[in-house]
Design a protein around this ligand. Structure first.
Ligand SMILES: C[S@@+](CC[C@H](N)C(=O)[O-])C[C@H]1O[C@@H](n2cnc3c(N)ncnc32)[C@H](O)[C@@H]1O
Length: 251
């Protein structure tokens, strides 16, 4: 590429907030013939993605595991003995992380406090050793939430996670409204089940409604943070919001 053109290229990439490492040094798969443009892009992205490679190596069902691992490394939210609800859990990599951090995949010992991990999703979740799985269940339905409550010890949770995401339509406003609807549902559920000092972590797509949701979290939790994990794709608008220290009102 002539030097002038390559400067123009770099300017184009940077002016659109695209990370250069995302577009340079790509390996192109050799089985793209006959595939749609979006399939070709997906295959190329998968082949080049360090977190896809790492998730295969560590046996995680998808790369999302590394987002939760990174958040947990910083905020230490997952510990043995806790009750954790994972909303929007399919295929199951966050639940795999939860089970591992709570040591639910190990034989119980006298020393180990027994926690609980409940995974719920609209889609099928293949069994995860150590977790209770509610597959093909719509989280926003009252009966699903009642079922989760009935499974929680004393109907209470220490941590509620939501990585729920609607099927993207591609229309920014519609998609943002849909994901905000899901996180409000998860938050309302959290208000009902979280113990004092509990933790709420959710994914949103950055947009105009996020600020209001962030402020709502500030009124309910001692500490609220906005997080963009390294494992979150640089060209994705997803961010995570965490509320730590639930200020539980006396009933
Ligand atoms: C990004 S994926 C979650 C990935 C998961 N955290 C993991 O690590 O494997 C988002 C999930 O949200 C689920 N979802 C969307 N709306 C939902 C709802 N109303 N109830 C339950 N799950 C929902 C989708 O079916 C999808 O599996």
């Amino acid at each position: 590429m002539p030097i002038f053109k390559s400067f123009q290229f770099v300017y184009f990439i940077q002016s659109r907030n695209i990370n250069l490492s995302c577009v340079l040094n790509k390996i192109v798969p050799n089985n793209l013939k006959g595939k749609s443009k979006s399939s070709q892009e997906w295959l190329t992205r998968q082949l080049n993605d360090e977190y896809v490679i790492k998730s295969r190596y560590h046996g995680y069902r998808c790369r999302s595991a590394f987002k939760l691992l990174e958040i947990d490394k910083k905020y230490k939210i997952l510990k043995p003995g806790l009750s954790v609800v994972d909303c929007g859990a399919a295929p199951g990599s966050w639940t795999q992380v939860v089970v591992n951090k709570l040591k639910l995949d190990q034989e119980p010992t006298d020393k180990l406090q027994k926690g609980i991990a409940i995974a719920v999703d609209l889609q099928l979740i293949q069994p995860i050793k150590g977790a209770i799985v509610l597959s093909e269940s719509n989280f926003i339905l009252p009966e699903t939430q009642e079922k989760i409550k009935s499974l929680l010890p004393s109907g209470e949770a220490d941590v509620v996670l939501s990585d729920m995401a609607p099927k993207a339509t591609g229309t920014h406003d519609l998609d943002n409204t849909a994901i905000i609807h899901l996180v409000y549902s998860a938050l309302k559920f959290s208000i009902a089940v979280l113990k004092a000092d509990g933790v709420f972590l959710c994914k949103v797509w950055d947009g105009s409604d996020v600020e209001k949701f962030y402020q709502t979290l500030q009124s309910l939790f001692t500490t609220v943070k906005r997080i963009k994990p390294k494992a979150s794709r640089c060209n994705s608008s997803e961010i995570f919001l965490i509320g730590i220290g639930y200020k539980k009102m006396n009933k």
